[in-house]
Design a binder for this molecule. Sequence first.
Ligand SMILES: Nc1nc2c(ncn2[C@@H]2O[C@H](COP(=O)(O)OP(=O)(O)OP(=O)(O)O)[C@@H](O)[C@H]2O)c(=O)[nH]1
Ligand SMILES: [Mg+2]
Length: 251
Amino acid sequence: MIPRNDISQFISNKLHNASETIINSMLIESKHFNIILLGKTGVGKSTLINGILKLDQNNKAKEGYGRSTTQTFQEYTSIKRPGLRLIDSRGIEIGSHNITEVIGSVEKHIETIAKLGDPDKFIHCIWYCIDGNSARCEKEEENAIMELKDIYEEKKLPVIFALTRSFNVNEYEKMIRYLNSLGINDIVPVLAKTYEINTNKENIQVKPQNLKKLIKLSFDKCKNSGYPSFKKSLKEKIFDNILKYFMESNN
Ligand SMILES: Nc1nc2c(ncn2[C@@H]2O[C@H](COP(=O)(O)OP(=O)(O)OP(=O)(O)O)[C@@H](O)[C@H]2O)c(=O)[nH]1
Ligand SMILES: [Mg+2]
């Protein structure tokens, strides 16, 4: 286990090097709402991307079981969801020291994109994905998410907690209570893909849910995040249009 202080030191160093102006310029002239997904390996990040963007077999993000399916940052857009760009990242593997690497690489990615100067690519929001079927996180992950939350709250980049594979209310409510106890409240339980429960007697299908709620909360948080530039420019209108289209589309 990596001591909390080490993680804290590592992330703080990273951020103190990042220029405030870079981060403050992140919401100007964006034509896409850009969200980066982060979380433990196998938690369902790629599946969530496929579900939200309605990607088909030919262009979908690779899903799988076993060790870390997604290895690098990968951007996804879809003509079915115009204006939305989701960025997949390498899964965190607890206990292997890669937690600091992955979080550091996300930070670096956000910075690099900002430095490249194309406002259309700036990251607006982070979705930290956690399995909705586990009652709590390991201490190492808990420390890391608390650091992440503090840092990005200060930087006004919203972090939303997406509880993946949330097909069982009793289970995901335990996780919500646990996160609430850590002071985390921006939580959406989601199911990205139909979940089948087979018993000897019946076959139950739980349909995808709360994907729109996740997008809506992300937009709302972004709009209320306090960037002065957000109110001044065109992008509020652009964002409103993206949201409107997304909320109205059925497929
Ligand atoms: N039915 C169903 N299966 C899901 C859902 N979310 C994830 N899964 C399954 O869980 C497994 C892991 O999902 P991935 O999306 O590959 O997980 P990941 O977080 O991208 O994993 P890495 O790329 O290794 O970091 C896959 O077999 C998915 O099909 C869901 O909402 N519904
Ligand atoms: Mg993946």
